[in-house]
Design a protein around this ligand. Structure first.
Ligand code: SIN
Length: 542
């Protein structure tokens, strides 16, 4: 498979300098920016829309951490490892669960307000795969919005973090040794930073979030176009576990034509007692897993797909009628969205089906967010620290963004990579026109979605390979994003074709079993100079 080695773009017309440039303004990017600035670094934060437009704001369920005195980091570790289906990096998980509670108190210190019980303790709920109530939440089901609000306010209070909005990062700048030295970017602005420019910095932190737009339906916002993965691939970084794409089991089903961002119905709704029901009225999860409706997410998504297939149905039902009058206060966002669709969940069941939700794979990092390129860090959903393995445990994603951002902040506070002059980038340039976007989304949804096989993946791969990139395609945000979507889709399809087994969120119909003898390894994809992809396998704990 081949991707574009470099995006077609004008020469930079403006320049800025910093110690650290952070790309992305979700929990990971904002936390890194605050911590690096507090450590005395000059920080520029770039974000492609407005500062709170990323995935963090949409997170409903919450943040998992062993905060209850009867809970322990060890139990959170066990649940995370079980969900990850043999591919978690245990050291990364250990860091996540032990540093998580402190990081959450740091977030509260920055101003985030979480829901509390009548006695003033943090209110804890449960989601799929957890054996304990350990999910904190805010505004009932508006956790991400509160985290985003608090971090945006905190970054505004930290003097001298320069924020550049409406800025799409285009490519990384490298020096003669191959180390990163900044980025090129395009800013839609009216002022001194307008059009294509460059931010020169010896440390670049990619925190751009997910890849939702690779698929036709996703819970992710429209900005989730895989930009970080594409940038890193084009610079030669390793992308690990790309095949592990998580499909959330309970996304509101509004019809076969629905496209783009879909309404999530949080797992916390099942945590409060809602149950899945098939078209014949059976509570089918009891027969599938000891945790029934609160089984790990991949188990529930697969069980739903099986029921939908067996009954030739387009969705199953979520029965949350038992939540009754608590709906509007416990889940205000979901309640309003359902009511807007004419569904009153207090007395009607909710039609739900799986849709793309989270990318467990991403830019391969060590425990401090370092990638395979010197000076380049990655954090949050775009990164693959190994913490999620083959399937992320519910509400571990905001926690990952927080804990590993704190770690990167500490590293950057201690030492900065060496600043050298970037060399002029070379290599073929090209762009895919915007019209390719829906073709990529359809072929990925059909061939590399919840159910995959060698045949379906080879169709997706041929469609992706048949796309033509030309330097002449008009340069626009839509074309740059579409070219990034293609790069992320190619890495996902490539990894999915190689992994000839079923594990976690990767479900191969032609290889229905888990094959530990051959596949208890990570597949790491990279781009070669001509744009072709190749891979190596690396140890689970590497
Ligand atoms: C949810 O609220 O169900 C999503 C939480 C998550 O993705 O961790």
């Amino acid at each position: 498979m081949k991707i574009v080695p470099r995006l077609s773009a004008a020469q930079p017309g403006w320049f800025a300098e910093a110690d650290v440039v952070v790309i992305g303004s979700g929990i990971a990017g904002l936390t890194t920016a605050i911590r690096a600035r507090n450590a005395g670094r000059r920080v520029i934060l770039v974000t492609k829309d407005v500062v709170d437009a990323g995935s963090t704001r949409w997170a409903q369920g919450g943040i998992a951490a062993a905060l209850d005195p009867s809970d322990s980091a060890e139990e959170h570790f066990d649940d995370t490892i079980a969900a990850g289906a043999g591919l978690c990096n245990e050291q990364a998980v250990r860091a996540l669960v032990t540093e998580g509670p402190v990081a959450i108190h740091g977030l509260i210190g920055l101003g985030a307000q979480f829901d509390t019980t009548a006695s003033g303790e943090l209110a804890l709920t449960r989601e799929g795969g957890h054996h304990r109530d350990r999910i904190i939440h805010a505004g009932g089901d508006a956790t991400g919005a509160e985290v985003s609000r608090a971090l945006v306010a905190a970054v505004e209070k930290v003097r001298d973090v320069e924020l550049i909005e409406h800025a799409l990062a285009l490519d990384l700048l490298l020096d003669a040794t191959g180390a990163v030295q900044g980025i090129t970017l395009h800013v839609m602005g009216e002022g001194r930073r307008d059009g294509v420019g460059a931010v020169l910095a010896p440390a670049v932190v990619i925190a751009t979030g997910g890849i939702g737009q690779v698929f036709s339906q996703s819970t992710n916002p429209r900005v989730a176009t895989g930009d970080g993965i594409a940038l890193a691939l084009r610079a030669g970084a390793l992308i690990a576990d790309s095949e592990f794409v998580q499909f959330h089991p309970t996304v509101l089903y509004t019809g076969p034509e629905a496209k783009g961002q879909q309404q999530l119905v949080s797992e916390a709704v099942r945590g409060e007692g809602a149950r899945l029901v098939d078209a014949s009225g059976n509570h089918f999860m009891e027969q599938v897993h000891p945790l029934a409706d609160l089984a790990p997410r991949d188990v529930v998504a697969k069980a739903i797909m099986r029921r939908m297939r067996a009954e030739r149905a387009r969705h199953v039902w979520l029965d949350g009628r038992g939540i009754g009058d608590r709906w509007p206060s416990r889940f205000p966002t979901i309640f309003d969205a359902l009511m807007a669709e004419g569904i009153d969940p207090r007395d009607a069941m909710i039609p739900v089906a799986p849709a793309q939700h989270f990318h467990s794979g991403g830019i391969h990092t060590d425990l401090d967010g370092r990638t395979s390129i010197e000076g380049l860090f990655a954090c949050g959903e775009v990164a693959c620290s190994g913490v999620h393995g083959a399937n992320r445990l519910a509400s571990n994603s905001l926690l990952e963004g927080l804990v590993f951002a704190e770690r990167i902040g500490r590293v950057l506070g201690r030492t900065l990579p060496q600043r050298r002059e970037p060399v002029s980038p070379n290599g073929t340039v090209g762009l895919l026109s915007e019209t390719a976007r829906s073709v990529i989304q359809s072929t990925m949804t059909e061939g590399a979605g919840v159910l995959r096989s060698g045949d379906s993946l080879s169709i997706s791969t041929s469609v992706l390979e048949s796309m033509t990139f030309t330097p002449a395609t008009e340069q626009s945000a839509a074309a740059w994003e579409t070219t990034n979507i293609h790069a992320a889709a190619s890495a996902i399809a490539y990894g999915a074709a190689i992994r000839t087994e079923t594990r976690g969120s990767h479900w191969r119909e032609d290889f229905p079993n888990t094959d530990d003898a051959n596949w208890r390894v990570r597949i790491a994809v990279r781009m070669n100079a001509d744009g072709s992809l190749s891979h190596e396998t690396i140890g689970v704990d590497a």
